[in-house]
Design a protein around this ligand. Sequence first.
Ligand code: ADP
Length: 631
Amino acid sequence: MSNWNSENLKSRLPAIYTLLIQEMTDCGLFIMDLEGVILSWNPGVEKLLGYQESEWLGQSGALIFTPEDQAKNIFQAEIRDAIETGHAGDNRWHVRKDGSRIFVDGVLVAVRDERGLILCLAKLMRDGTSRQISQRNLQVIEERFRLAREGAALGIWDWDVLADSIDASESYYRIMGMTVQREPVNYEKWVSLVHPWDRERIALGTREALETGDFDHEFRVTWADGSTHWIHAKGVVQYANERPVRMVRVLRDITAQKLSEEALRESEARNNAILRASLDAIILMDQEGILQEFNPAAEEMFGQSREAVIGRPLADVIIPPRLRQQHCEGLNRYLATEDAVIIGRHIETEGLRSDGTEFPVELAVTRVPIGGAPLFAGYVRDISERRRTILALQRSNQELAEFAHVVAHDLRTPLRNIGTYAQILIKRHQASLDEKGNEFLSVIRQSVAATQALIDGLLRYAELGEVELTRESTDMTAVVNTVLNLMKSSLEAADAKVIFSDLPIVESDSLQLQQVFQNLIGNAIKYRREDPPRISIRSRRSSDCWIVSVRDNGEGIRPEDQERIFLPLKRLHGNEIAGTGLGLAICRAVMKRLGGRIWVESEPGKGSIFYFTVPHTSLRQRSTKEQDLGG
Ligand code: ADP
């Protein structure tokens, strides 16, 4: 061989290349035409891919590409690239004749003649599978440490599949509620620690993971102390020569998260139950005015199905056309200024049924307390029945008032006659009557007076609903002064003293207030003890009204009677003290009409405090003033 000179060698180079290529069995080389059709190859190709040369000659080189890459025309793109730039990389998974996959480190070269014309395409390739796998292993390890770094709350579970031995981090044992074991556990032992309800699922998931490469499951374990914990395990599988050799899992205790999910589910279930069972229509609307929820009661009330209305503007569905603009303006104003006319209140308005009819509803709207964009909940009650009842009641009240009127007038005349004739008898025949006769006449006169008072009281009570109320600026101090003037003689006779201060100026009906004060002061005098009556009138401002109190030092009222005394004709006293039992009933009816209420607090033997409320206005309070009367 030493006789070879370089000239000699040069001439034989093509043959040497051919020999070398035949010997290079670890590398595959094949020649293709510009269409990618195989023309020739070396034995290395057969070793890498498992095809005989005869099986493949004349076929397209695309054959070894994976179906995914074939669908993406990767082979054609590679040829284009090589023709344009001279060469194209081919580093990807390919498919062997037996269907298994091989990672190829390859290059496709466009071979040119001395004039630069492309003669053919040559692909040179090497098996890069093990390099690829070790790269994946590296990823596994990196993933393991990345996850481990995320916190000590993570446990690492490392299964050597071939040796069936599991190595676990200390935190893993903590998560599983076990004491740390120094000896590795095997898979069977491990899976027995999983809660029986989840065991089969996890065993199946593990078998699948060995094939797919990924494990991602949640399962329960029972700790040594008997408590149940939820674990989330995420794992990757490592392969050697296509065989799973190792699975690494990272575990996390997710019990707290599960419990809050559970709580959430429970609260959703509760809310759903409320929505379904509610007799009121419950409607949710977002800030755009779009319907988000429509419960069964709403479906029935408005004659619309939930499916048909969710996602539609609420205004179009359940609000009569004439009220829609008002609704939209109210919503926009609230969104701009948070100033709401209806939020937190009960209002009466009209609803619209799917057949176009309108009906009266009572509506309460709240803003649902959740973060983010506002959501509004409306509770709607059909009050058609209530309206009908009120109308009927008003009608019958009116009829009753008319009837009372007629009866009272009819009774008044004969009563007046009885009174008048009793009077005449006393005037003309007193002398001719004995003592008993005169006594009887006096009883007749008293009874006539009491009956007259009763008829007047009943008439006032019956007519209360009809009386037109005025609402004007009313100085309560002036009202009390008027009452005290009217009652001057009875106050003086009883040696009564009335003090009052800080009485407000209110927007109300002065005559009605006068009537209330008159009744309360009158009662304070009537139901006194032996001491002279001491009456004190005060007021204080609360968030939405004035609270006025009238305190006396009278005999007081037992707790069980404190509510009854406001009923018409209810008296705690007999005829020894004159009265009709209508005074407080009239006070209650008046207060109701004025938008307030009246009640009493009392201790028998110590006196009573009657309270009533008057909705307040921004009007100022008068300066303190005291007035003594009758003392
Ligand atoms: P009348 O005074 O005409 O009987 P009212 O309706 O004003 O009717 O009062 C009902 C009853 O309540 C009275 O009969 C009396 O028994 C009791 N009552 C009212 N005010 C007082 C008071 N200030 N102190 C004690 N008892 C009272």
